[in-house]
Write a protein that binds this ligand. Structure first.
Ligand code: FAD
Length: 385
């Protein structure tokens, strides 16, 4: 076997892939590590696309992840997985083999339902890569009073709406759910967020989009008219689609996310692992939809690889211990752990106007906590998770 065939191959150099490569080295792996980076630029901290590049605070180069010593970065996209051979075929035709393959290609933005009629002349914006943020900045310059329609009131839609509202744009935020993010924040905090959105932007929550047409008289480009199912028409200088994400693993033969066991071994073959937002752990374990969880999952996959190669202890089952922070219109919303599907929610109003919601399972065990301007309270409650 050549030295390259002794390599651990990692597909995707984002949160999970980078975290996996780093953990392999810190846990003492001395063989080659080949990190396949399909970003089309340096690997980035994706959380800074809307928080750094969009407001013009950081350039695409400044959100690059730090290079890892003694890790080979291969700038190409993986086009096919051969699970039996532990091989990756790259889009330039090269075939890489390894002693283990960790799949960490993340997610891609979800597109609009086919039922929504979209005029192909309208350029819809996404918010996933640094060039997406640069393109939306160009479409809605500051300070301008330009009209932005944001489709989707989840994490990214909420943050982008908040940024442009504070920059003087006229923002319409359209969400299908009357209580966006309820599944992550609980009813009380989601209700407070919805009320704040209604104060600061033109929030159309519980609304359905029927069609997106080019603005009258406009050629191909950003300007559009968004039509809701009740017939309301909203004019926009640009439209952002932020309706969630989907696992980016079709290239590897997966229809959706990659099923893994509780140690993050993929069912695709011996020596194949998956980590980050692409991985679907067994029922009960949370998916890694946030940055810290994806980094931690990459590190966990690294420890499982080392164990399976006879180079380390069994890391045990993956468990989520991290969370998220969302900043919208000046409110700081923090979550830790998970809110299960049938969670019981206990809400406490805090001095100073904060809120703390604890989520418990059917047996009453704490599974997660969310806070509204309640940082230290969340940290204290999360210690009981
Ligand atoms: C705009 C935005 C803001 C966000 N803000 C936050 C936040 O504030 N807090 C938070 O916790 N989370 C945030 N997230 C979510 C967070 O970024 C993700 O949960 C995290 O990046 C997932 O890590 P990952 O490793 O699975 O995917 P990524 O970090 O996306 O890494 C996957 C990498 O794989 C590459 N890739 C894909 N396919 C291939 C292929 N075939 N071959 C080679 N490479 C490939 C991709 O180009 C990418 O570089 C945000 C996401 C977005 C889009």
């Amino acid at each position: 076997m050549s030295s390259f065939e002794q390599a651990v191959l990692i597909v995707g150099a984002g949160a999970a892939g980078h975290g996996c490569a780093r953990a392999l080295r810190t846990e003492g792996f001395s063989g080659p590590i080949r990190l396949i980076n399909g970003e089309g630029a340096a690997p980035i901290n994706r959380t800074l696309v809307d928080k750094g590049v969009l407001p013009g605070l950081l350039t695409a180069e400044q959100i690059a992840l730090p290079p890892l010593p003694d890790v080979e970065v291969i700038d190409a996209r993986a086009a096919r997985l051969d699970g039996t051979e532990r091989a990756i075929v790259l889009d330039d035709g090269r075939v890489l083999r390894g002693i283990a393959v960790v799949l960490a290609p993340g997610s891609a933005p979800r597109t609009l339902d086919a039922a929504i009629a979209v005029d192909p002349a309208v350029r819809l914006h996404a918010m996933h890569r640094a060039p997406d943020a640069e393109a939306l900045r160009r479409a809605i310059p500051e300070p301008s009073g330009a009209r932005l329609v944001v489709l989707g009131a989840g994490f990214i839609g909420a943050e982008v709406a908040s940024h442009f509202a504070s920059a003087g744009a006229r923002v319409t935020l359209i969400g299908r759910s009357p209580l966006p993010l309820r599944a992550a924040l609980g009813a009380e905090i989601a209700g407070r967020l919805a009320a704040l959105q209604s104060e600061r932007v033109d929030a159309r929550l519980g609304a359905e989009v029927r069609a997106i047409r080019a603005a009258p008289g406009a050629g191909a480009g950003d300007a559009a008219v968004v039509e809701l199912s009740d017939g309301t028409e909203i004019a926009a200088d640009a439209v952002l689609v932020a309706v969630g994400s989907r696992a980016d693993a079709a290239w590897a033969g997966f229809d959706g996310a990659i099923p893994v066991d509780d140690r993050l071994r993929a069912e695709a073959g011996a020596g194949i692992y998956a980590a980050g937002s692409v991985a679907h752990p067994p029922t009960g374990a949370a998916r890694a939809h946030h940055w810290d969880a994806a980094v931690a999952q990459g590190a966990h996959a690294a420890r499982t690889v080392l164990h399976d190669l006879g180079l380390g202890d069994d890391p045990g089952p993956w468990a989520s211990t991290t969370g998220f922070t969302l900043m919208v219109h000046g409110a700081v919303i923090v979550g830790r752990g998970v809110r299960g599907a049938d969670a019981r929610e206990t809400v406490a109003e805090l001095d100073g106007g904060g809120l703390l919601t604890e989520f418990a399972d059917e047996g009453g065990a704490l599974t997660g906590v969310a806070g509204w301007n309640a940082g230290p309270h969340v940290a204290r409650a999360a210690a009981r998770l």
